[in-house]
Design a protein around this ligand. Structure first.
Ligand SMILES: C[S@@+](CC[C@H](N)C(=O)[O-])C[C@H]1O[C@@H](n2cnc3c(N)ncnc32)[C@H](O)[C@@H]1O
Length: 250
């Protein structure tokens, strides 16, 4: 996804995604122990690092990412392809942009959001996508959020001359353009998912990453309509008040 900062900085983060060969053994084990369910989504699926592990636990799987991530040519498991073509022939795995994911009525039993929130430089986008994930889960649905909260490389990198502090992290200017590196402390992650209407079931910390299981409540629907703008320069998402909230606010 691309994020515009100020007048002329554009952060692109599709290249932040790592291949399956660089997956976390801890996370793969955690996923393999999950009870099988009907439907799941992997929000910010990247280069399909955990797709095979997640697909074994679910009947249907929606892979959600930016248009650029889904359509660009890249190597996936040793094959030069695009994510759309890679999953194209499958009956139970689908690739969706955030806009497509938001606009169809399907709701899921379980969601995953792995190493996505910490690469997003905008606090309002972080809140918007967590609200969207909550809206796309069934009542009592669960979602695993994984975010980086500590990284010793970041401490060294942020003092380099081409880095400047920004939000909960820093921006780096390199030959490939600008990148954003952020850290989300576990308490901030818990605060964010609660603000989006989830309850927090558990948090485990392992090797600088926080693993947080969140659950959607039984009743009380949150925002269900979202205004989403994905352009070549920027991504924005905003929840829309429901019609009944709007009229009661008058
Ligand atoms: C660090 S990668 C993680 C990919 C994958 N979850 C993994 O762990 O390998 C971050 C991914 O989030 C995607 N991303 C960034 N902002 C997003 C947004 N607003 N909505 C959906 N995906 C987003 C990027 O395109 C990228 O594929």
């Amino acid at each position: 996804m691309w994020y515009k900062i100020g007048k002329d900085i554009i952060v692109r983060n599709e290249n932040a995604a790592k291949p399956e060969t660089q997956s976390s053994a801890y996370l793969k084990k955690l996923i393999s122990r999950l009870e099988p369910i009907h439907s799941s989504f992997d929000f910010g699926c990247g280069k399909l690092r955990y797709e095979r592990a997640i697909a074994k636990t679910t009947g249907e799987l929606a892979l959600v990412d930016s248009e650029v991530q889904l359509s660009r040519g890249q190597m996936i498991r040793g094959r030069s392809t695009t994510i759309r073509d890679y999953v194209g022939k499958s009956n139970h795995v689908h690739a969706l942009t955030v806009g497509q994911f938001a606009s169809h009525d399907r709701r899921y039993d379980r969601g995953f959001c792995i190493n996505v929130l910490s690469v997003i430089p905008s606090a309002s986008v972080r809140l918007g996508i967590v609200q969207l994930m909550r809206a796309k889960l069934k009542p009592n649905g669960t979602c695993l959020f994984v975010t980086l909260y500590r990284n010793s490389d970041f401490t060294r990198m942020q003092n380099l001359p081409n880095c400047q502090p920004y939000g909960n992290g820093f921006l780096m200017d390199s030959l490939r353009g600008h990148s954003f590196y952020g850290l989300i402390p576990p308490d901030d992650l818990a605060g964010l998912v609660k603000r989006a209407g989830f309850s927090v079931e558990s948090i485990v910390l392992d090797e600088g990453s926080a693993y947080l299981w969140a659950r959607t409540p039984d009743g009380r629907p949150g925002p269900i309509n979202f205004e989403i703008r994905e352009t070549a320069e920027n991504f924005q998402i905003r929840s829309q008040p429901s019609v009944s909230n709007r009229s009661s606010a008058r």
